[in-house]
Design a protein around this ligand. Sequence first.
Ligand code: C2E
Ligand code: CA
Ligand code: CA
Ligand code: CA
Length: 279
Amino acid sequence: AKHAGRNRFAFFTEKMQATSTRALTLSNALHDALEQNEFSLHYQPQVSLISGKVIGAEALIRWHSKKLGHVSPGEFIPLAEESGQILAIGEWVVRTAVRQIQQWIEAGITPVRIAVNLSSAQFQVGDLPKTTIKILNEYRIPVEYLELELTERIVAKDPEHTVIILESLQELGIRTSIDDFGTGYSSLSYLQRFSVYKLKIDQSFVRNMTTNTNDQVIIGTIILLAQQLGMTTIAEGVETKAQLDMLNNIGCDDIQGYYISRPIPAEAFKKAYLENKQR
Ligand code: C2E
Ligand code: CA
Ligand code: CA
Ligand code: CA
């Protein structure tokens, strides 16, 4: 048994070392990624279950490294958060989304609202409302075209600070939503103090909802909660018609997921979802 234990230990350290070597390689490449113009945004449509229309898009960052090829945000965002690079990357994301809206408007197309993901560092620096407004003004884009997504983890870190930032965002007219709702530890007592527009029901509840009654109950409860607090709901990770129908029946407002579309480049998004709406 002692021998097996030692082997297992050797295995673990090797794996840990491989992980940290990869992390180091990524961190180094990440350092130049902004300068090298290696990031882009993909857009995933959000559809209203009432009207059947595309009412928005979530912007998701993509990194094509010249050295390493495609790296998923799930892998590099945590590293960028650790190194502090997320502040510059986060501002690039907001700027790129806002510039995209401007390009659509200039092309005579009616844009849809774009939701961008925020990391906790962006929330902690405190000038988030000011920077966001500055960028919107720079491109002369009305506030209603932008939405900011924050996770429950951000909220849990410092609820008092979150309440203040959310209030000033609301005063400025910038919409916010709580991402991955139901997976974190945000206290429900705070929810009523949050000036949040929308709850995003996490895809882990949607995945098995058609067969798992617990997940159905959780989703139903989130929707009721949102309705009581005057918030909108969107379910993410919707992959089937059966999920869509069930969400529609229990009163979910909007959906997002592969059943509608994967996240796609701006040009493809424009062709598929915006051009037929041209004024
Ligand atoms: P998230 O914000 O929860 O985004 C949803 C993720 O689920 C995206 O993965 C999306 O491509 C994927 N997804 C969408 N529909 C479906 C579906 O029907 N089925 C399944 N299985 N997956 C679906 P992605 O693009 O790999 O992003 C992963 C995470 O990386 C995001 O999770 C978000 O936390 C983070 N992220 C992405 N872009 C940004 C960004 O610009 N800034 C920050 N701070 N984080 C970002
Ligand atoms: Ca998100
Ligand atoms: Ca999410
Ligand atoms: Ca997530």
